[in-house]
Design a protein around this ligand. Structure first.
Ligand SMILES: Nc1ncnc2c1ncn2[C@@H]1O[C@H](COP(=O)(O)OP(=O)(O)OP(=O)(O)O)[C@@H](O)[C@H]1O
Ligand SMILES: [Mg+2]
Ligand SMILES: [Zn+2]
Length: 381
């Protein structure tokens, strides 16, 4: 099994399979059921949170033969109002064509690949003509912030007066890089990172469908390492499943992915609090023996300290900056927040970021971490 297969295989095909993003799904369903879909949307948010997935579902939902019949007939509209929820039926010819990527009226443009110059030219030429077969031509413009200025300008004219039959969906991980002139003409949805529980929940469903089993610890580790995105979580799970025989445990995950669990980083932070250099060295040696990658450990450690630093400003920032933490993890980080001064956290972060830089320069993987310990705790300040 290649490591990317799962996230394609388990990409949701309807709104009913979308994890989280409730406000977005609800608003879109409602608009579809009322036949009041906007002509331009912006889907912004971190990677692997469902922007492309929801864009494709929306393209299907507005064109689904059921939706079209519903929209065109006020009587069925009234009769079905309560049962029709805006989901594509996934059975009609249109839904099937779109799912198979065969619908010519659904046009996906990847702005990252060639900055969209040719595609936007084609878009401008083609957008005015009616759809070939479907009700709506849907343009999905991925990595939209990478479009050139010329491409944006060209699009702007179209967005000022979009034809009735066209819908534009811009997807981007960097909405701040989109021109204000575009932003003012789109309905914007901000996709959120998933919590560890949401990610673990979907991984469990995949495991069930694959007839495989994993310990909760193991799933928790993957979910945590995925940093809020489902694609990374699903490709990590693919990798683990293709190597593991039988039940997947936390140790298998550590071994195969070289990733580091929350508890390890948390224990190491406890050791740092005691300025226990000897204990820290023993801990790192044990990690090395288990085959944990120094780079991954350092990355997790830096993330952990960063979260502590951010929460030291105010614990109420939790929802805004670290929604992925479980309650237990949140409590563990808060206990570190109480035990470290913010200035100490920044000093540690600087030392560990320096160590990250150094890792590229030495073949001795754990040396930069050890050096950081010496700098932090044995040199005189
Ligand atoms: N809300 C979601 N519910 C269920 N699965 C999801 C969701 N979001 C993402 N996934 C899973 O992650 C994979 C990647 O999602 P998607 O391509 O939609 O992410 P994206 O937000 O477009 O990311 P990028 O910015 O990297 O393009 C999907 O194939 C799907 O399996
Ligand atoms: Mg995408
Ligand atoms: Zn359909």
């Amino acid at each position: 099994m290649s490591s990317h297969v799962l996230y394609r295989k388990y990409r949701p095909g309807g709104f009913d399979e979308i994890v989280g993003q409730e406000h977005i799904v609800q608003t879109l369903r409602h608009a579809i059921a009322r036949g009041a879909v906007a002509h331009a949307y912006l889907f912004s948010g971190p990677k692997g949170t469902g922007k492309t997935t929801v864009a494709r579902i929306l393209a299907k939902a507005v064109n689904c033969e059921k939706a079209v019949a519903h929209e065109g007939n006020p009587r069925t509209q009234r009769a079905e109002q309560s049962s029709y929820d805006g989901d594509p039926c996934r059975e009609c010819g249109t839904c099937k064509d779109i799912e198979a990527g065969k619908a010519l009226d659904i046009i996906e443009i990847d702005a990252a690949s060639n900055r969209g110059i040719d595609e936007i030219r084609e878009l401008r030429e083609g957008v005015r003509s009616s759809p070939m077969r479907l009700k709506y031509k849907v343009y999905i413009i991925d990595e939209a912030h990478q479009l050139t200025k010329e491409a944006f300008n060209a699009l702007l004219k179209t967005l000022e007066e979009p034809p009735e039959h066209a819908i534009f969906i811009f997807a981007t991980t960097a909405a701040d890089k989109m021109p204000a002139t575009i932003l003012s003409r789109v309905q914007r949805f901000d996709f959120k990172k998933f919590t560890v529980a949401q990610i673990a929940g979907k991984l469990k469903k995949i495991l069930k469908a694959e007839k495989m089993q994993a310990d909760d610890d193991a799933l928790g580790m993957i979910a945590y390492a995925a940093e809020g995105g489902l694609r990374d979580a699903e490709s990590m799970l693919s990798q683990v499943l293709s190597h593991a025989a039988g039940q997947v445990t936390a140790e298998t995950v550590e071994e195969i992915l070289g990733i580091v669990g929350f508890s390890q980083v948390s224990v190491f932070t406890d050791i740092l609090e005691k300025k226990d250099v000897k204990g820290a060295i023993v801990f790192l040696r044990a990690l090395e023996e288990k085959g944990v990658s120094a780079e991954e450990f350092l990355k997790s450690l830096t993330q952990h300290l960063r979260k502590a630093l951010l929460l030291s400003v105010d614990a109420s920032l939790r929802d805004a900056v670290v929604p992925e933490l479980t309650d237990d993890q949140f409590r563990a980080i808060m206990s570190h927040v109480k035990r470290f001064a913010a200035s100490e956290l920044t000093r540690m972060l600087s030392a560990f970021i320096e160590a990250q830089d150094m890792m590229r320069k030495t073949p001795i993987a754990f040396l930069p971490l050890e050096l950081a310990l010496f700098k932090l705790y044995t040199e005189q300040h």
